[in-house]
Design a protein around this ligand. Structure first.
Ligand code: NAD
Length: 498
C-alpha cells in the first residue's frame, strides 16, 4: 500500500484517497507514493480556512509574526536531511543539489524575518495646516501560490513566507509530481507557531488552480511554471481583476568571448547546463561562441566532460546528475534531440541511450551536446528542460546580443570575458531580467528580487525580495486633522491649497 499524501487545511491533514494520483521515484521509475487530488469542496475548505484565519493574523504584530519565522528557519535547518531526502526521492536531484535548493529557500525565510522593516510606510507632518499624512502598506487578504516540480522546496519558500509576514493568509498548490516536502515543510511552520489556517496546502492539478483563480476570496495569484500555463493563468486572473505574477519558462544563453578562459568556462557551463539534469529555469541551454576558434576549443573541452558525467540516482551523492522527472519528459527530450539531428545540428554527445545499471526503468537521460545549431532549429527555439547544451556560432558580441534579444524568453543570461567594456555593453543592451558577468547562474540572493523579461514573466513585479512586499501589500494614503474649536476655513468649494 503506497503512502498517501494529503492536504493541510486549518492545521489538519485531509486525505481523499478516491482521487489519488501516483507520485514516482524518477530513479527507479516506480510509484513511491500517491497524492490526493483536491476536489472542489477541498479547495473551498482551504480557502475558507485561510479566510477565517485572516483577521487575527492581519492584526498580529509584525514582530510576533517574525518570531514564528525565526523558529521556522531553525526547524528547516534542523530537519534539512529529511527535507532533502524527500526532494531527492520525488524529484530525482542529487542530495547535495537538494541541499543547495533548500539553502536558497532558507535565505527567503531569513529575508521574511526582516519584513517589518519594509512595512513601515511613510509619514509627513503638516502637509496642510494642521494636517498630517501617511501611507501604510496593508495586506491583501487571502492569496494563493502555484508552484512547479523543479524546486519543490525552494519556490514555495519564495512566496508564502513573504506573503504571511505581510499579514496575508495563504493557499499553496504545489506540483503534484513531488508534493511530499511541501507538506512536511508546512507542518514545520505550524510547529514553529504559525496559527492554523494561515498556510494551507492543497494538492491537485489544473482544476484546483482554476478554482483558486476564480474564487472571489483570493486576492492575488503567484505562479511559477511553464510559459503557456503562466500566460493563461495571468490572463484568467487579470480578467477577474486580480493581481498576478506568473513566472514562466526560459532559454538561457551564455556568451563566450574570445578572451575568456576556456577551462573556467567549461567548468561553469557543465554545472549550469547539466546540474539538476538541466531542469532549472536558470539552466544554461545555449552557449554562444564568438568566432569559430572559440567554438572549436569549447566543443572539444565540453565533449570530454559531458561524456564523463556521472549519472545515477540522487540518493548517491557521488553522482553529478540524476534522472528527468517523468517518462513523458524523457520522451519529450528524446524527440527534441532526434528532431535536431534531422534538422542538421551536429550531435557531439548523444545521451539518448544511457542505461544506469540497477536502475534500468529510471527516467535517466545522458548529457547531450550539439554544435552548429542555428536559430531556426526547434532545439534552439524551445525550452527543452533536459541535459542538453547547444552551441551556436556567431561572429561578434553585437550579433550575440541581437540573437538573445530576438528569443521569446528573457529569464537569465551570462557573458564570459575579461573585457569590462564588453560586459558593460552586454549587461546594458541585453533584454533579459537576470544577467551574470562570469557568473553562469545569476540567481539573485533573497534580498534582491527574481524575475525574467519578455515571455519569462507575466506581471509587473518580480518574485521574492523587496518586490514581494510590494506584491503582497497594497498602499493606503491617510490624511488626518484633529480640529480644535471652531472651523476657521468655513466651507470650501475649491480644491484646498497651501
Ligand atoms: P507546469 O507549468 O507544468 O506546472 C506548474 C504548476 O501549474 C503545477 O503546480 C501544475 O500542477 C500546475 N498546472 C499544470 N497544468 C495546469 C493547467 N493547465 N492550468 C493550471 N495549472 C496547471 O511546470 P512544471 O513542469 O512543474 O515546471 C517546469 C517549468 O517551470 C519550466 O517551464 C520552467 O522553466 C518553469 N520554471 C520557471 C521558473 C521561473 O522562476 N521563471 C522557476 C522554476 C520553474
Amino acid at each position: 500500500m503506497l503512502e498517501s499524501i494529503g492536504h493541510l487545511i486549518n492545521g489538519e491533514i485531509h486525505s481523499e484517497e478516491e482521487q489519488a494520483q501516483a507520485v514516482y521515484n524518477p530513479a527507479t521509475g516506480e510509484p513511491c507514493a500517491q497524492v490526493c487530488m483536491a476536489s472542489e469542496q477541498t479547495v473551498a475548505m482551504a480557502i475558507s480556512a485561510a479566510k477565517q484565519a485572516y483577521p487575527a493574523w492581519r492584526n498580529t504584530p509584525p514582530a510576533v509574526r517574525a518570531q514564528v519565522m525565526y523558529r521556522f528557519k531553525q526547524l528547516l535547518e534542523d530537519n534539512q536531511d529529511t527535507i532533502c531526502e524527500l526532494v531527492s526521492r520525488e524529484h530525482g536531484k542529487v542530495l547535495s543539489d537538494a541541499k543547495g535548493e533548500l539553502a536558497r529557500g532558507i535565505e527567503n525565510v531569513e529575508f521574511a524575518c526582516g519584513i517589518p522593516e519594509l512595512l513601515k510606510g511613510e509619514h509627513s507632518r503638516n502637509v496642510g495646516r494642521d494636517i498630517d499624512a501617511w501611507s501604510e502598506l496593508q495586506p491583501l487578504g487571502v492569496v494563493a501560490g502555484i508552484t512547479p516540480f523543479n524546486f519543490p522546496a525552494m519556490v514555495p519558500l519564495w512566496m508564502w513566507p513573504s506573503a504571511v509576514m505581510c499579514g496575508n493568509t495563504f493557499v499553496l498548490k504545489p506540483s503534484e509530481r513531488d508534493p511530499s516536502c511541501v507538506l512536511y515543510i508546512a507542518q514545520l511552520a505550524e510547529q514553529a507557531g504559525l496559527p492554523k489556517g494561515v498556510l494551507n496546502v492543497v494538492n491537485g492539478g489544473a482544476d484546483a488552480v482554476n478554482q483558486l483563480i476564480d474564487d472571489d476570496t483570493i486576492q492575488a495569484i503567484s505562479f511559477v511554471g511553464s510559459t503557456p500555463i503562466a500566460e493563461t493563468i495571468y490572463q484568467r486572473a487579470s480578467e477577474k481583476g486580480k493581481r498576478c505574477q506568473a513566472l514562466g519558462g526560459a532559454k538561457n544563453h551564455a556568451v563566450i568571448m574570445p578572451d575568456a578562459d576556456i577551462d573556467n568556462v567549461t567548468s561553469a557551463l557543465m554545472g549550469a547546463a547539466y546540474g539538476s539534469c538541466g531542469q532549472r529555469c536558470m539552466a544554461i541551454s545555449v552557449a554562444v561562441a564568438i568566432g569559430d576558434k572559440v567554438a572549436d576549443a569549447l566543443v572539444d573541452k565540453l565533449k570530454h566532460q559531458v561524456e564523463a558525467l556521472k549519472v545515477g540516482p540522487g540518493s548517491d551523492d557521488t553522482n553529478e546528475m540524476g534522472p528527468l522527472i517523468t517518462a513523458a519528459q524523457k520522451d519529450k527530450v528524446t524527440n527534441y534531440v532526434t528532431q535536431a539531428v534531422e534538422q542538421g545540428a551536429e550531435l557531439i554527445v548523444d545521451g539518448r541511450n544511457l542505461v544506469v545499471l540497477g536502475y534500468e526503468s529510471g527516467f535517466f537521460f545522458g548529457g547531450t551536446l550539439f554544435d552548429k545549431v542555428t536559430p531556426a532549429m526547434d532545439i534552439y527555439q524551445q525550452e527543452v528542460f533536459g541535459p542538453v547544451l547547444v552551441v551556436v556560432r556567431v561572429n561578434s558580441l553585437e550579433e550575440a546580443v541581437s540573437l538573445i534579444n530576438q528569443h521569446e524568453y528573457g529569464n537569465g543570461t551570462c557573458i564570459f570575458t575579461r573585457d569590462g567594456e564588453a560586459s558593460r555593453y552586454f549587461s546594458d543592451q541585453v533584454m533579459v531580467g537576470m544577467v551574470g558577468i562570469n557568473v553562469p547562474l545569476p540567481v539573485p540572493v533573497s534580498y534582491h528580487s527574481f524575475g525574467g523579461w519578455k515571455r519569462s514573466l507575466f506581471g509587473d513585479l518580480h518574485a521574492y525580495g523587496p518586490d514581494s512586499v510590494r506584491f503582497y501589500t497594497r498602499r493606503k494614503a491617510i490624511s488626518q486633522r484633529w480640529p480644535t474649536g471652531e472651523a476657521k476655513d468655513g466651507t470650501l468649494f475649491s480644491f484646498p491649497s497651501l
